[in-house]
Write a protein that binds this ligand. Structure first.
Ligand code: BG6
Length: 494
């Protein structure tokens, strides 16, 4: 099963081998809110044994027990775990250690070494929840102090660089210490249940495939809308923007899974090869067409349901910024399957609601026999979060008198109605996959670099273009221009 997506059925948990995970950025948001809770949940599920070890690393001064207090407080603050078990949590904390290291100094690496197993048999995971500029430096240091062995893996948290050149440098720097098979580039969207389900929906059912192309599909929309703002991450976000923060990784990964050919198998190399083909077939956006094919916006204050939202500049503490908090793109995949089918991507902060979904808008019937009665084209909505569901919209005859009246109704496969298992956070699955050595749900070097090449084209065109950013009110659907971009082709956002 090495490098294979796990297809075992049921929700039984097969224990993973004992491991030690060293989390750089151990006091940061990601570690406290996501990584430690994810490990705790898998510990409760019996998947992680008591001889595993979790070591938080950061430059803050904490004793082990202060670190325990910190993560306990955070767990209670952010988790809605109704079945919290104090006894299990205390047992879990016995696995958790803390080491203070300033990664730019030479101090304390020995202390870290002393906290690691002396046997070369234990799987050793270095999780770099740190700014990407640190990735290569940490890897080189780990190597120098002799902490990297054959059982070592490195996990790189996004963003993987700020453009193609910087991503290349990171990949080369990290690659000097860890080979590609031991490098896990996380895109947490790939760990979401509904995103994994895209593979099953497309390749576990025969019904969709004959329709899955420009023969029957009019256009595709991929949306990741958020109602939250920059949430205290202003310093990072203002240098990144929505294109780098969401499109380069999450949205392009969703696009790949939606558009790729069936891989030969679920093995990492097969899946990755198909994704790279999609990324390489994306038509580059240039200065000539950037205004027709992209819209970027920034939120200003707004008021929704008695909530008053501040504007972006206040949120990031700046007087001026041209960073986009919203982006919509009309993308095209230049290959036989997708030629002529616009793929609309959009994401934004402080939008009216939180909603991630993929909409496949089918073409109208070639000829209507229903006279003046409008016949709506079919639509498949794959709701990734929240209210996870797959909905297929059909035309149906409305029963009763009054002639042939058509109604549009969905076949609704709602997760809430069909599944009762605990809904795992994306990081749970991904962390366990790192331990199992399963790379299928992680991005390879080629994917990251190809995605940056496409995104760099847009960034450059924006830099050279004379159009300014559009403002939109917080709590709305983003700039009006995004509607205009679609209406020019007689298309509508769902
Ligand atoms: C992260 C981005 O990768 O994804 C954040 O950096 C964003 O800005 C988050 O809020 C969205 O993730 P999710 O799982 O809440 O959709």
């Amino acid at each position: 099963m090495e490098n294979m997506i796990d297809t075992s059925s049921g929700s039984s948990f097969v224990p993973v081998e004992p491991f030690e995970i060293i989390v750089f950025g151990g006091t940061g948001d990601l570690a406290r809110r996501k990584l430690l809770p994810a490990l705790y949940h898998r510990y409760c599920d019996g998947q992680i044994s008591d001889d595993s070890r979790i070591i938080g690393v950061s430059r803050s001064d904490y004793t082990r027990s202060e670190y325990h207090d910190l993560i306990t407080k955070c767990y209670h603050e952010f988790s809605d775990d109704v079945s919290f078990d104090q006894n299990l949590w205390s047992k879990f904390l016995e696995l958790v250690y803390y080491v203070k290291i300033d990664v730019l100094d030479n101090d304390n690496w020995k202390v870290l070494k002393n906290n690691l197993s002396s046997s070369n048999e234990l799987i050793r995971i270095f999780y770099l929840a740190m700014p990407p500029s640190m990735f290569s430096k940490i890897c080189v240091k780990l190597d120098k102090v002799g902490l990297v062995n054959e059982k070592s893996r490195v996990v790189l948290e996004k963003p993987l660089g700020t453009d193609y050149e910087s991503a290349l440098k990171i990949n080369e720097g990290v690659g000097q210490v860890f080979d590609e098979n031991n490098t896990y580039r996380i895109d947490h969207y790939l760990g979401k249940e509904t995103v994994q389900n895209l593979l099953v929906l497309r390749f576990g059912n025969i019904l969709l495939e004959p329709l899955w192309s420009n023969q029957a599909i009019d256009y595709v929309q991929i949306t990741a809308a958020e109602s939250i703002g920059v949430e205290g991450r202003g310093a990072y976000y203002d240098n990144a923007g929505a294109l780098r923060d969401m499109v380069q990784n999450h949205l392009l990964q969703l696009l790949c899974l939606t558009a790729m050919e069936a891989p030969a198998s679920l093995e990492a190399d097969d899946v990755r090869a198909e994704k790279i083909k999609v990324l390489k077939a994306l038509k580059h956006i240039t200065l000539e067409d950037v205004n027709q094919n992209t819209v970027r916006g920034q939120y200003i204050g707004g008021n929704k349901e008695n909530n008053i939202f501040s504007d972006y500049l206040t949120d990031v503490g700046s007087k001026e910024s041209s960073t986009e908090t919203y982006v919509a793109i009309k993308a095209e995949i230049e290959n036989w399957r997708w030629a002529g089918v616009p793929i609309y991507l959009r994401t934004g902060k402080r939008m009216s609601s939180r909603r991630s979904e993929i909409v496949i808008q089918f073409k109208p019937v070639p000829h209507s026999i229903f006279g003046d009665t409008p016949v709506k084209p079919n639509k498949l909505v794959i709701r990734l979060q929240p209210d996870e569901a797959v909905k297929l919209w059909f035309e149906v005859k409305e029963p009763g008198a009054g002639g042939m009246r058509l109604k549009t109704l969905p076949l609704n496969l709602s997760y809430a109605d069909n599944f009762t298992v605990r809904y795992p956070d994306a990081y749970e699955r991904l962390l366990m996959d790192v331990v199992r050595g399963n790379l299928s749900l992680f991005m390879c070097r080629g994917e990251v670099e190809s995605a940056w090449q496409w995104v760099d084209g847009i960034l450059n065109a924006w830099r050279l273009s004379d159009t300014s950013i559009d403002k939109y009110n917080a709590g709305t659907e983003g700039p009006d221009k995004a509607n205009d971009m679609l209406s020019k082709s007689n298309h509508l956002w769902s």
